[in-house]
Design a protein around this ligand. Sequence first.
Ligand SMILES: [Zn+2]
Ligand SMILES: [Zn+2]
Length: 111
Amino acid sequence: MRLRFEAGLVGPCMRCLEPADRHFDVDSREVHQPGGGDELQSPYVDAEDELDLQAWARDALALALPAQIVCRPDCAGLCPECGANLNEEPDHRHDAGPDPRWAKLSEIRFD
Ligand SMILES: [Zn+2]
Ligand SMILES: [Zn+2]
């Protein structure tokens, strides 16, 4: 058995939170041979030989999805300091100020 379909997902990009609209091609195969032993029984076919297409499609889509759904593969995401969208401001950066945990050190003077 072979199941092929295209799925569209719309939601916030996991990196920059802008709307992401992605399409995924799902192509899944299942073997089911009644009486062929456990390895030839599809988990999506029940004892009455009814195919649970919904469960199969759901699992196949879950396998086809990447771990992160982003608006585009090279999405730059958000600035970790101020949350600016780095896709819109590629030159955005912060001057590396002294880490407050080290501020006390700068007060030490060696005379
Ligand atoms: Zn993004
Ligand atoms: Zn920033």
